[in-house]
Design a protein around this ligand. Structure first.
Ligand code: SF4
Ligand code: SF4
Length: 132
């Protein structure tokens, strides 16, 4: 089955809005700080908020990620965080397939109405591609 039958991004930007921010790994921080021509500490201090002990990318007053611009573009697209690059293929969907349907309520690119078995096989395949 082709990828588009389960997910096709509509470029609406909803996944860049709200949801408590995007977690950034040390690798993400390094890549984004380099891209912004700054250093790790400056990046965390000026572009992140803390969620517990972990940095997440800050949100602007409109609730959108601060790297989402008015032209509906990610301004750090070449180095956007792993969490953004891999969405909606996340391991928790394999743990509980209901998460796919919950995510679909806020992401118009996610298709529902497919069998759980097909969905699990598809997501497992996408995850294996991401992690190879
Ligand atoms: S919410 Fe879904 S369809 Fe919209 S931009 Fe994000 S991934 Fe694409
Ligand atoms: S880093 Fe880019 S893709 Fe990720 S939430 Fe922010 S604007 Fe969206």
């Amino acid at each position: 089955m082709k990828t588009q039958t389960f997910f096709e991004c509509q470029q609406c930007g909803e996944c860049c809005n709200g949801y408590g921010g995007v977690f950034v790994t040390p690798e993400d921080i390094h890549a984004i700080a380099d891209y912004l021509q700054t250093d790790r500490d400056h990046f965390i201090e000026n572009y992140c908020q803390m969620s517990g002990t972990k940095p997440v990318i800050a949100q602007g007053p409109d609730g959108y990620c601060i790297f989402w611009d008015s032209e509906h573009q990610c301004t750090i697209h070449p180095v956007n965080p792993g969490m953004c690059r891999t969405w909606p293929f996340i391991k928790s969907v394999l743990t509980d397939i209901a998460n796919w349907r919950i995510m679909a309520s806020s992401c118009p690119g996610i298709r529902t109405g497919v069998s759980d078995d097909d969905l699990k096989a598809y997501i497992a395949q996408e995850l294996s591609l991401i992690h190879t």
